[in-house]
Write a protein that binds this ligand. Structure first.
Ligand code: G3H
Ligand code: ZN
Length: 285
C-alpha cells in the first residue's frame, strides 16, 4: 500500500534534504526504482505522467503494476504513488483509483482558475488522505520558455491547502541548453521564506549541476523530479550493449528482451542511487 508522503516531505523540508520523485515509463523503470529505494533504505516517490500512463494503458494499470511489484520484490520502504503533471480529469481519476498523491498542473490557466481548480482537487484528495501538489509560474519546456513563480501566488496556494508546491525558478524539463542561466535562487529564497513549512518541488531535476541542486535544497526544495536523467542512462547502457554486439550473441540469446533491457535497467538503479546521495535523502529507521 502507498503512503501520501506528507510527513516524509515536511521532514525533508525541515531538515534540509530532499526526496527524489522518479518517473516510471514501464516495468523495467518501476523495478529499477523500487530496487534502488529498497537497497538504500530510502522512501520512494514513484510518479507517472499522463503520457506515460497512456503509453502503459492507463492509470489503473500503473497502480496495479507498482503495487504488484512491491509485493513481488518484498519492498519494505515507504512508497508514494504520484500522478505527475495531471490535468483536472486525470487528477480526479487517480484520486478515485487510490493514488496516494496527485499533482494538478494548472500553470497554463489564468492564476485565478488554477487556484480554483486546485482547491477542488484538494477537497476531493484530502477527503481521502491523498496529497496534492500544484504548479505556479512555469517550468520551461524543451530548452526554454519558463516563467518565475510569484511570492504572492505561493502564499495563496499554500493558504488553499496544497501539500507541495512546484515553482518555476528557471528550471526546465528535459536537457538544459548550453546557455542556461541557472536557477533563480533569489526568487526561491523569497518563496521559501513566505511559505516556511511547505515542501517546494524542483521539476526538471535532470542535468542541473550538483552544487545548484544542493543550494536549492538548502533553501527549501524538498522534492526533486527526475525523468530525463534515467532516460539518458538507459539509452547509454543499451547502446553500449548493442555496440558491443551482445544482442547478436545467438548462443546466449542476447536478443532476448530480458537480456537486452537489463543493462539499461541496472543503469537506472545506479543513477538513482547517485541521485539519492546528491539529495541527501534520509534512510528510514
Ligand atoms: O515532472 C517530471 C520532472 O519534472 C522531470 O524532469 O525529465 O527534466 O528530469 P526531467
Ligand atoms: Zn515536471
Amino acid at each position: 500500500y502507498f503512503v501520501n508522503g506528507n510527513e516524509i516531505f515536511r521532514e525533508a523540508r525541515k531538515h534540509h534534504y530532499a526526496v527524489g520523485a522518479y518517473n516510471t515509463n514501464n516495468l523495467e523503470w518501476t523495478r529499477a526504482e523500487l530496487r534502488a529505494a529498497e537497497e538504500t533504505r530510502t522512501p520512494l516517490l514513484i510518479q507517472v505522467s499522463t503520457g506515460a500512463a497512456k503509453y502503459m494503458g492507463g492509470y489503473k494499470f500503473v497502480k496495479d503494476m507498482v503495487e504488484d511489484q512491491m509485493d513481488a520484490m518484498n519492498i519494505s520502504v515507504p512508497v508514494i504513488l504520484n500522478l505527475d503533471h495531471g490535468d483536472f480529469e486525470s487528477a480526479k481519476e487517480c484520486i478515485a483509483l487510490g493514488y496516494s498523491s496527485v499533482m494538478f498542473d494548472g500553470h497554463a490557466l489564468p492564476t485565478e482558475e488554477n487556484l480554483a481548480k486546485t482547491k477542488e482537487i484538494i477537497k476531493l484528495a484530502h477527503e481521502r488522505g491523498i496529497s496534492v501538489e500544484a504548479e505556479i509560474g512555469k517550468i520551461g519546456e524543451n530548452q526554454g520558455g519558463g516563467e518565475l513563480a510569484s511570492v504572492e501566488d505561493a502564499k495563496a496556494f499554500v493558504e488553499a491547502g496544497v501539500d507541495k508546491l512546484a515553482c518555476g525558478i528557471g528550471n526546465i524539463h528535459g536537457v538544459y541548453p548550453a546557455d542556461w542561466k541557472g536557477l533563480n535562487f533569489d526568487r526561491l529564497k523569497e518563496i521559501a521564506e513566505a511559505v516556511p513549512e511547505t515542501p517546494l518541488v524542483l521539476h526538471g531535476g535532470s542535468g542541473i549541476p550538483e552544487d545548484q541542486i544542493k543550494k536549492a535544497i538548502q533553501l527549501g526544495i524538498s522534492k526533486v523530479n527526475i525523468n530525463t536523467e534515467f532516460q539518458l542512462a538507459f539509452q547509454e547502457a543499451t547502446r553500449k550493449y548493442i555496440e558491443e554486439g551482445k544482442d547478436e550473441d545467438k548462443a546466449n540469446k542476447g536478443y532476448d528482451p530480458r537480456k537486452l533491457l537489463l543493462p539499461g535497467t541496472e543503469a537506472i538503479t545506479d543513477k538513482m542511487k547517485e541521485m539519492i546521495a546528491w539529495l541527501g535523502t534520509k534512510t528510514i529507521d
